[in-house]
Design a protein around this ligand. Structure first.
Ligand code: HEC
Length: 415
């Protein structure tokens, strides 16, 4: 044995001690994991630990399986590490090197087979759940097309089997209402970059890919408000591409749909007496080159533009949303005025700011922005906006309403 090796062995012998043998790094990681699991879920809208749908529940059961298996492996490895280090540590009386072992077939087989078994235990239920979720995405009772935009979400409610396959024909942005206990299928589209659709309490992440439609099935098991976000970096305002899903009872869901469908239409004419809607400002025609609205055909006369773009969010029931600009701004008159005057200073890089704002093609003065906000705030369904605690159920003859389901007829005055 050369001198240097003897020197190395000597110094490592001096450094030995139980604290060094324990892996403090792993222990603190473990403690952080335990701590992060504590606390009420209401304060953590992005938690994956309190699932509220069948899909999320399945994923959570996999988490638990991985956690307990890892715990067994962790405890076993730490125990073996401590035990072997103490049992075979160098004693003062040891002067010679211990016998050097090279290769041990039995051991090597063992440490190949054990991880293989652990992986198999994880693989089988994972595949099971994957196939199960795939199958559920083919048997949804409500279809919602989701368009990942830069940087907001469009939701189109389509075919509804409870309504005999009728297309609900509701388009909204960033905030959507769905019924509890029903399998809603979200079909994900993008015509720009890759996004990822994720509502931690309701689903796993699923990529939104240009040129390919992915579908995810969600059957919420409880009512409430759940928050989602884009989980794939997609450009400057990726962090402000949030959305909200409100899960309500079926009758409330149809009341919300009817509210949307009977929302006041845009009109270039003086509004009839008694209407709460004020006349659209002149400059609203500019807005309609990027935005659309329920009853947009009425607005043709107003804008003089024949095609209505979905370049920006559909503004129907806009002020009934809690936030705008994909979860960034609270929906207040003041915030809206600020947004209309200079959207780029609020959400830098957003596409509305390329056309609207100081020094851009269209500039709104404070007075014009206030007038525009007044107009948008007047565009509410009859009876005003209501929250998830009770959607406005008044029916109007303006647009044929969606029938309520037989089960909820009694609970819905609109029917
Ligand atoms: C160049 C196209 C374009 C024009 C013109 C435009 N917008 Fe926008 N608008 C957008 C886009 C894109 C967004 C989404 C921004 C985001 O959240 O990233 C948006 C967002 C909004 C929002 C927030 C909606 C929500 O649900 O988050 C409001 C309100 C709005 N625009 C009103 C207007 C008004 C009023 C005008 C006319 C003065 C106008 N816009 C003109 C493209 C446009």
């Amino acid at each position: 044995m050369d001198e240097r090796r003897q020197e190395r062995q000597k110094s490592s012998g001096e450094k030995r001690g139980i604290p060094r043998l324990l892996s403090w790094g792993s222990l603190s990681l473990f403690a952080v994991m335990i701590l992060s699991a504590c606390g009420p879920s209401g304060e953590k809208p992005y938690t994956t630990l309190s699932p509220a749908s069948e899909t999320a529940d399945d994923i959570h059961s996999l988490y638990k399986l991985v956690f307990w298996l890892s715990l067994i492996v962790f405890v076993g490895v730490q125990f073996a590490l401590v035990y072997l280090s103490l049992r075979y540590r160098r004693k003062k009386s040891d002067t010679k090197r211990p016998p050097q072992v090279h290769g041990n077939k039995r051991l090597e087989l063992l440490w190949t087979i054990i991880p293989a078994v652990v992986l198999l235990v994880l693989l089988v239920p994972t595949l099971n759940i994957l196939f199960d979720q795939d199958a559920r995405a083919n048997e949804g009772s409500l279809q919602v097309d989701v368009y990942g935009k830069q940087w907001w979400w469009e939701f189109d409610l389509g075919e509804d089997t409870v309504q005999g396959g009728q297309d609900l024909d509701v388009t909204t942005a960033n905030e959507i209402v769905i019924p509890v206990g029903r399998n809603t299928v979200f079909n994900l589209y993008s015509n720009n970059v890759i996004h990822s659709f994720w509502i931690p309490q309701l689903s796993g992440k699923l990529d939104v890919i240009p040129g390919h439609v992915n579908s995810i099935s969600i059957t919420p098991t409880e009512t409430g408000t759940f928050y989602g976000e884009c989980a794939e970096f997609c450009g400057a305002q990726h962090a402000w591409m949030r959305f909200k899903i409100t899960v309500v009872e079926e009758d409330e869901f149809y009341a919300w749909v009817n509210n949307w469908r009977t929302s006041p239409a845009i009109s270039a004419q003086e509004q009839p007496e008694g209407s709460s809607v004020i006349q659209a400002p002149q400059k609203f025609s500019v807005c309609l080159s990027c935005h659309t609205y329920n009853g947009a055909e009425n607005a043709n006369a107003l804008s003089g533009i024949d095609a209505f773009s979905t370049y920006g969010p559909d503004l129907t029931m806009l002020v009934c949303r809690e936030t705008f600009a994909a979860g960034m701004m609270e929906m207040t008159h003041e915030n809206l005025v600020q947004w209309l005057m200079d959207p780029d200073s609020i959400k830098p890089g957003n596409y509305m700011g390329t056309m609207i704002g100081p020094g851009k093609a269209v500039e709104l003065t404070q007075a014009e922005a206030e007038e525009m906000a007044d107009f948008l705030f007047s565009m509410v369904p009859e009876g005003g906006c209501t929250t998830a605690d009770g959607w406005n159920t008044t029916d109007t003859a303006a647009t044929p309403a969606v029938e309520s389901t037989p089960v909820s007829t009694e609970a819905t005055p609109a029917a």
